[in-house]
Design a protein around this ligand. Structure first.
Ligand SMILES: [Zn+2]
Ligand SMILES: [Zn+2]
Length: 142
């Protein structure tokens, strides 16, 4: 799923669906963003796969739907709660991996145009972001 999410973010959200993703790269949009439509877009195939897998006894479809749902839950907790602090219940949580993950995503947000970009994935963190030197060097729009 991390690979799928990376490719979708790089080529779809920063591609043909940039209109929905653009406000996620801007400051002070408010609580809701047009970018939130992606929760619905990714929920649809997972719901259909889970229901289809259940009703037609297809374990592969069921597992695929469940995998997308679990990744979506991780995405919500990591991206929306931990990184962007839309909800405040993970604010005091620190770990070298999670700190690196936050730095990498903030670097993604330092680019505000469709064409620019790096770190399109969420859970894969390049090694350089584990370095303490990176801590305060990232300028970003979030
Ligand atoms: Zn983006
Ligand atoms: Zn973000």
């Amino acid at each position: 799923m991390e690979l799928v999410a990376n490719v979708m973010h790089r080529y779809v959200m920063h591609g043909s669906m940039w209109n929905f993703h653009e406000d996620h790269h801007q400051k002070d949009i408010g609580f809701f963003e047009k970018n939130d439509v992606f929760f619905v877009i990714f929920a649809l195939p997972s719901m259909l796969l889970i229901m289809g897998g259940f009703f037609f006894s297809n374990l592969y479809a069921y597992a695929l739907g469940l995998g997308i749902t679990i990744y979506g839950l991780c995405y919500f907790l990591v991206h929306d709660v931990y990184i962007h602090r839309r909800f405040k219940f993970l604010d005091n949580f620190s770990h070298p991996y999670l700190d690196g993950l936050r730095r990498a995503h903030k670097d993604h947000h330092s680019h505000i145009y469709k064409e620019d970009g790096e770190n399109f994935g969420m859970l894969w963190v390049p090694l350089k972001y584990y370095s303490k030197q990176f801590k305060d060097s990232v300028s970003c729009a979030i």
